[in-house]
Design a protein. Structure first.
Length: 415
């Protein structure tokens, strides 16, 4: 009798358990948002922020020969506002002249000193040579006297005649030596004056170059154009008070606005994806609705440490293909560099993909219930990932993790 009622009770219990499990799984399905995988073109891109600049520009430079005056750095004293339209020859900037003024004063002092030395050398030479000429005249008189003594000793004893002859020979040798010495002194005077004259001429040319350099401290526009401030090594714009190097005295540029490019920096993780010739979608922060196209024209081989950046970045230049009169240097751009384009693939949003014991899974609706479906991923971009196995275009998957997922079945790819 008991067996008669036990079997139906077990069957009813199993039915109730199945209903409960079914209802719980049904509640899981109802609790989440379901979407279907997409099928179509999948694009992998790298998004960066850049700044517009002219591809070609003319540099507005300060003096290129300031180093000759031992001036290594110059401070900007005055500068026209950025964006000013100038014509060739118009004032652009002026540099602080105080250091050059001091150099000119020192040069003038040296020039005056060398001029005095030159005058003194000429006077000394004139005095020395004049004394030498007088000595020669006196020696000539002495020679004549000795000759008279020789003539008078004709009737004297041989010893006296010999003595007179010796004195005459001495006088002759002294006169010859004095004349040779005079020629040597003339050459010495000439060379001494040449040395002082050379130093004086050298200092005079240096002084004149300083005076010409003084004019170069007032900088004018080499051609017509719009003034754009140059940048320092740290990326900051040069303004009044900034320092200009004697090796690279660029104060501003006059850009050619007909061809623009976006200068951007890509981190070391993504730089291997970037190559010249890749297409770029460029938008302006000033007008997000405006979309421009570009192409990568330059990728730096060596990374650099930029301010406010913890990792190395690489410089990338993107040429804007359209000509737009509203584009201006220093405008901020958003650049989407297309790395890879794959047609006819299945992909899902990244929010749908989860990890379970090193497996990539999605939560899929199957026969009104939810299962954990293992998948095989392909390429990934910022928004989605390609599904190489595990899903079809007709499947429905959860956009986020549903509730009560611990008891859900794991469906492996091998199944």
């Amino acid at each position: 009798m008991k067996k008669k009622y036990l079997i139906p009770a077990v069957i009813i219990g199993l039915i109730l358990l199945f209903v409960v499990i079914r209802m719980s799984r049904s509640s899981v399905v109802k609790s989440g948002i379901l979407i279907k995988p997409r099928f179509g073109t999948f694009i992998v891109d790298v998004t960066t922020t850049g700044e517009l600049q002219a591809k070609n520009s003319i540099s507005v430079r300060g003096p290129d020969n300031a180093r000759r005056a031992r001036i290594w750095n110059m401070q900007i004293a005055d500068l026209v506002p950025e964006g000013t339209i100038v014509k060739a020859g118009d004032f652009v900037a002026s540099l602080d002249k105080s250091e050059l003024d001091n150099t000119i004063q020192e040069s003038q002092i040296n020039l005056n000193k060398l001029e005095s030395q030159l005058i003194q050398a000429k006077l000394d030479s004139s005095l020395t040579l004049s004394m030498s000429r007088n000595d020669i005249i006196n020696l000539q008189y002495n020679l004549e006297q000795k000759q008279l003594l020789v003539d008078q000793s004709t009737f004297e004893a041989p010893a006296i005649q010999r003595q007179a002859g010796i004195e005459l020979e001495k006088a002759e040798r002294a006169l010859v030596q004095a004349r040779k010495n005079y020629e040597t002194k003339v050459q010495q005077a000439i060379e001494k004056i040449k040395v002082v004259e050379a130093d004086y001429s050298k200092e005079q040319k240096r002084h004149e170059s300083y005076l010409q350099l003084l004019d170069d401290f007032t900088i004018t526009a080499p051609e017509n154009g719009m003034v754009i401030y140059a940048r320092e090594w740290n990326g900051k714009k040069k303004i009044v008070g900034s320092t200009v190097s004697g090796w690279d005295p660029v104060v501003a540029t006059l850009p050619d606005l007909s061809v623009m490019e976006s200068l951007t920096y890509v981190n070391e993780v993504d730089i291997q994806k970037i190559q010249t010739g890749q297409s770029v979608e460029v938008s302006l922060d000033a007008d997000p609705s405006k979309k421009l196209t570009g192409t990568v024209t330059h990728v730096a081989n060596i990374g650099e440490q930029r301010p406010n950046s913890d990792s190395k970045v690489f410089e990338v230049k993107i040429e804007i293909l359209e000509s737009d009169t509203t584009l201006r240097p220093s405008m901020t751009t958003s650049n989407r560099i297309e790395v890879t384009r794959i047609d006819s693939v299945l992909y899902v949003p990244l929010e749908c993909i989860h990890t379970l014991d090193s497996l990539a899974i999605v939560y899929k609706k199957t026969d009104g219930t939810a299962v954990k479906q293992e998948i095989k991923r392909g390429l990934v971009n910022d928004e989605a990932a390609i599904i190489r196995a595990g899903l079809t275009v007709d499947d429905e998957i959860f956009l986020s993790i549903p509730e009560n997922t611990d008891d859900l079945k794991l469906q492996r790819l091998t199944d």
